[in-house]
Design a protein around this ligand. Structure first.
Ligand code: FES
Length: 180
């Protein structure tokens, strides 16, 4: 029994994975996470490549309220014996899920998305500590054992250009903040 959990763009990421796992004879449960109902996509598409598809939203506007980690806990509570989890989403989401699956003893592979520059294993921008070893995710990943990832370090490195990323967003020059 395999759980494929996707959040935001990660929902698309788990689609080919779920399809291949199902074709290989596994029981596949997909979890489709979004912040709110208007951001849920590919429900029908995902349903076609798995045995069960569960929608979960952060605000509870559709499906279960919470995140992938809450759904996995409820699956275990109902007696599912999960052999493997694959999680694709933002770094924070994957960290939360891994905290839960570690406690539950469920092997978990996560598709990391550190900042990448050359994508050939030369620059070192994408380096992540996995089990005390340096991995270059562009060539060693994207999937690694989520229970071995140094999540705080990864989040810190991902935020390195946060100010520049915000500045690069389109600015609304007609907007005057009333709270200034
Ligand atoms: Fe440069 Fe991976 S992006 S080493």
């Amino acid at each position: 029994t395999v759980v494929c959990g996707g959040g935001c763009y990660g929902v698309a990421g788990i689609m080919p994975l779920a399809r291949a796992l199902k074709e290989a004879g596994n029981k596949v449960i997909c979890i489709n996470e979004a912040s709110s109902s208007y951001l849920v996509y590919w429900e029908d598409e995902l349903r076609q490549v798995c045995d069960e598809m569960i929608v979960v939203t952060k605000d509870g506007s559709q499906g279960i309220k919470g995140g992938v980690q809450e759904v996995i806990s409820s699956l275990v509570a109902r007696g599912e014996e999960i052999d493997q989890a694959f999680i694709v989403g933002c770094t924070f989401m994957m960290m939360l899920v891994c905290d839960t699956t570690k406690e539950l003893g469920i092997s978990t592979q996560t598709a990391l998305n550190p900042i990448m520059v050359d994508g050939t294993g030369m620059c070192g921008a994408c380096r992540v500590d996995v089990g005390g070893k340096t991995k270059f995710i562009c060539v060693d990943g994207p999937f690694v054992d989520g229970h071995q990832v140094d999540w705080p370090e990864l989040m810190h490195r991902r935020a390195a250009y946060g100010r520049e990323e915000r500045e690069a967003l389109p600015q609304d020059h007609n907007h005057h903040c009333r709270h200034a």
